[in-house]
Design a protein. Structure first.
Length: 224
């Protein structure tokens, strides 16, 4: 009896190669690297912000009633921010009541003196007093008006000569315009940054949609 281990192995029947299924065809493109165009996410450009304003020295009036800094305008202890002010103006104002009383009183005393209703002494005293009233009313005061944005204007009475107050008010208006101009440039930069962010988001969404459409078209072409 021959040894079974010495016998040659029987021939194996031919096996047909395994046919790839449709599912394998559909999953094949996912494993292979995509040959379509690459969509790089857009890079947002930085919008430059305006530099901060350089500091300016504070100004104080001679009597200390008004002070001006880079951000505020203080009148008699009441502080106003420069950003809430539209403009500041000052104008000399006569005290009409004292002016009229002095003028009318002086005219009445002179008429009474000319008509011999008053003696020289009382007439001269009356003329002096009414002339003082007239000069006091004519001198008047300085009206400082603060125009606030969207609010009622505020008025202050400031004594003294008008030119020093006009110089201080001119500097205050210059600083008010300076602060508003800087705030406008900051708002413009922020608006440009927001518009740029929305544009970049729209470009990213469009690129993602095009990538999805390309992948779907690639799968359909392979399955066919």
């Amino acid at each position: 009896m021959k040894d079974l281990e010495a016998q040659p192995p029987a021939d194996q029947p031919p096996v047909a190669p395994e046919q790839s299924s449709g599912a394998a065809l559909l999953t094949a493109p996912a494993e292979a690297p995509a040959s379509g165009p690459a969509y790089a996410p857009p890079v947002a450009e930085a919008v430059p912000m305006p530099p901060p304003l350089p500091p300016l020295p504070p100004l104080v009036s001679d009597d200390g009633r008004v002070s001006l800094t880079d951000t505020s305008f203080t009148v008699r202890g009441q502080e106003f921010l420069l950003r809430e002010l539209e403009r500041v103006e000052v104008a000399p104002v006569k005290w009409i009541l004292w002016y009229l009383l002095g003028g009318l009183g002086l005219a009445a005393v002179m008429i009474a003196f000319l008509q011999n209703w008053l003696h020289t002494g009382p007439a001269m005293l009356g003329m002096a007093l009414t002339a003082l009233l007239l000069a006091y009313g004519h001198r008047g005061t300085n009206r400082l008006r603060l125009h606030r944005l969207g609010r009622e204007a505020v008025n202050f009475a400031l004594p003294g000569e008008t030119p020093p107050w006009q110089r201080l008010v001119a500097e205050a208006n210059r600083r008010i315009f300076r602060v508003h101009d800087h705030a406008a440039r900051e708002a413009t930069a922020l608006l440009a940054a927001a518009d740029e962010a929305r544009r970049q988001a729209a470009l990213a969404a469009q690129a993602g949609a095009e990538a999805v459409d390309y992948g779907n078209n690639n799968r359909l072409s392979i399955s066919q």
